[in-house]
Design a protein around this ligand. Structure first.
Ligand SMILES: [Zn+2]
Length: 117
């Protein structure tokens, strides 16, 4: 994944929000990023910091990232599996061999935007 492009997307979303809600200043943005999303958090924060030079809208914005661990589910066994960063993430159920459904851990979302009007 290209964190620079993701950072630009985030800035675009913030610009749209600013327009739509008549916001003066964006103080804080909370993001959640799944550990299986393919996004490197450090690289993303670096890219956002670099964008602060040219994008006035995020000049004083603090970015707060919550990393989301993986929750997966086997429909056959009706069992949940949990993995955190650094774990060897199973894609198949260790009981029946069915591919696991990834329920959490692939997302990359803005949770909320704290703004001054
Ligand atoms: Zn299973």
């Amino acid at each position: 994944m290209h964190e620079g492009a993701i950072a630009e997307n985030i800035v675009d979303i913030l610009k749209e929000t600013k327009e739509a809600e008549n916001i003066d200043k964006i103080v804080k943005v909370r993001l959640k990023i799944g550990i299986m999303s393919g996004v490197m958090v450090d690289a993303l924060l670096f890219a956002l910091t670099a964008l602060k030079e040219e994008e006035r809208i995020i000049k004083d914005t603090e970015f707060d990232v919550t990393e989301i661990n993986v929750k997966s589910h086997c429909v056959l066994c009706n069992k949940d599996f949990y993995f955190k960063k650094g774990d060897d993430i199973m894609l198949l159920c260790n009981k029946c061999g069915m591919p696991l459904d990834i329920i959490e851990g692939k997302e990359m979302e803005i949770i909320d935007i704290e703004a001054e009007q």
